[in-house]
Design a protein around this ligand. Structure first.
Ligand code: PMP
Length: 362
C-alpha cells in the first residue's frame, strides 16, 4: 500500500520533507559517523541538536526569554500529574475546565494531589461546545486553572485564552500547538504531547514562566517529574528521547520554512473551512459542534447510521484516505488536519464525501 492521506488524530501525518530528511540521516548523521539514535546525548553533535530544537521552537512560537522550554517524556498524560505536583502544594485547590476526555483525565490526576474542582463542564452536552470561563468562577486562591485548548476527540477549541484574573493559567495545547498562533504570554504554562504537530509520540514540550521554577516542591515528587530539575539540566537529567527531539527539531524548522505558525494557521483555516463547508452543505454528513467553538485541527462528523459510517470509511480507505474513524468514545468520523496534512488531502476527502452522498461506494 502506498502512503495515503492520513487523518489520524495522533500519531499523525508528518511532512514528507521531514521524513525524507530523517531517512537521509538515519544511518549516518552528517559529521557524526553514526545515527542520531546511536549517539550519546553528551556529545557536541547532540548538544547542538537539542539547542537548535529549542532555538527553533522559541523562534516559531516567539517564546519570551522569561519562559523556560523543557523537553519531557511520558506524553501529555504525564504532564497532567507534573502540572499539579509542580504548581500546587498537597491539598491546594486547582481549577479545571472540563471540555473533553483529556481535560477530565487531567483533573483526575489533579484530584490525586489536591482539591481539583471542575469550574465548568460541557459534559452534559457531550462536549459539543466550550463553556465560557469568567474570573468569578475561579477560586482566587487556586494554584492554577487548567484548560484544554483544543479538544482532539470532540473537535472543539478555545478561540482565545480565557480571562483568569490572578490565577495562573495552564493549557494543554497538544493538538493545536504550531497549528495556530498562541501568544505564550497569555499563559503561565503550556504543555503539548508531540505526536500531532511536533513529531514522535512520547515526547512532550513544556513552556513555562521561569518564575514558577522557584516554587518549593514536595519531597515526594519524583526527580524525573520536576520542572526545575529538567530546566537545570537542559532537559537532560537522564538520557532524553534523542531521536524524538531530533525529529521535533526538523518539524520546528519545517514550520519555519513554511512561513511560520501564521502561515500554518492560514493553511489550517483554509483546510478546515473547506471541510466544514462540505459538511454544512450536505444532507448526509453532520457536525454537532457549536460553530464558534469548532476546531481547525480536528473535524468531527457523523452519518445517520453505523452502516453508512462503515461504508463511508471503507470507501475512503479504498481511496487512500486513512484513519478517519472517530475516537471510540465519540463514534462517527474525525478528520485531523494537522500541519502535515496537505490541502490536496482535504480536497480528496471532500470529493469522496460528495461522491458517497451521490451513491458511489468506491
Ligand atoms: N491531551 C490532548 C489534548 C490529547 O489529544 C492527548 C492525546 N491524544 C493527550 C492529552 C494525551 O497525550 P499522550 O497520549 O501523549 O499522553
Amino acid at each position: 500500500m502506498e502512503r495515503g492521506y492520513n487523518f489520524s488524530a495522533g500519531p499523525s501525518m508528518m511532512p514528507l520533507e521531514v521524513l525524507e530528511q530523517a531517512q537521509r540521516d538515519l544511518l549516518c548523521y552528517p559529521g557524526a559517523g553514526c545515527s542520531v539514535m546511536e549517539m550519546s546525548h553528551r556529545t557536541p553533535a547532540f548538544e547542538a541538536i537539542i539547542g537548535e530544537a529549542e532555538a527553533a521552537l522559541r523562534r516559531v512560537m516567539r517564546i519570551p526569554e522569561d519562559y523556560a522550554v523543557l523537553f519531557m517524556q511520558g506524553g501529555a498524560t504525564t504532564q497532567f500529574s507534573c502540572v499539579a505536583m509542580n504548581l500546587a502544594a498537597r491539598g491546594d485547590t486547582m481549577d479545571y475546565a472540563v471540555t473533553g476526555q483529556f481535560a477530565g483525565k487531567a483533573m483526575e490526576e489533579g484530584a490525586r494531589w489536591g482539591n481539583a474542582v471542575a469550574v465548568t463542564s460541557s459534559k452534559a452536552e457531550k462536549f459539543t461546545h466550550i463553556p465560557a470561563i469568567t474570573p468569578d468562577l475561579l477560586d482566587a486562591g487556586a494554584a492554577f486553572v487548567h484548560i484544554t485548548g483544543n479538544n482532539t476527540i470532540f473537535g472543539t477549541a478555545y478561540r482565545a485564552a480565557p480571562p483568569h484574573g490572578d490565577v495562573p493559567l495552564v493549557a494543554d495545547w497538544s493538538s493545536a500547538i504550531l497549528g495556530r498562533e498562541i501568544d505564550v504570554r497569555d499563559y503561565d504554562l503550556i504543555y503539548a504531547g508531540a505526536q500531532k504537530n511536533l513529531g514522535p509520540a512520547g515526547l512532550a514540550v513544556v513552556i513555562l514562566r521561569r518564575a514558577l521554577l522557584d516554587r518549593e516542591i514536595d519531597p515526594v515528587v519524583p526527580i524525573m517529574l520536576r520542572y526545575k530539575v529538567a530546566a537545570d539540566n537542559g532537559s537532560m537529567y537522564n538520557t532524553p528521547p534523542t531521536w524524538s527531539i531530533y525529529i521535533a527539531k526538523l518539524m520546528f524548522e519545517w514550520v519555519e520554512r513554511q512561513g511560520g505558525v501564521a502561515a500554518m494557521q492560514a493553511q489550517n483555516e483554509k483546510k478546515s473551512a473547506l471541510l466544514y463547508d462540505a459538511i454544512d452543505s450536505s444532507a448526509l454528513f453532520r457536525n454537532p459542534v457549536r460553530r464558534a467553538d469548532r476546531s481547525i485541527m480536528n473535524v468531527t462528523f457523523t452519518l445517520p447510521t453505523q452502516a453508512e459510517t462503515d461504508a463511508f470509511l471503507s470507501m475512503a480507505k479504498g481511496r487512500g484516505l486513512i484513519n478517519l474513524k472517530g475516537h471510540r468514545i465519540a463514534g462517527g468520523c474525525r478528520a485531523s488536519l494537522y500541519n502535515g496534512m496537505p490541502l490536496a488531502g482535504v480536497e480528496a476527502l471532500v470529493r469522496c464525501m460528495r461522491d458517497f452522498e451521490k451513491g458511489e461506494r468506491a
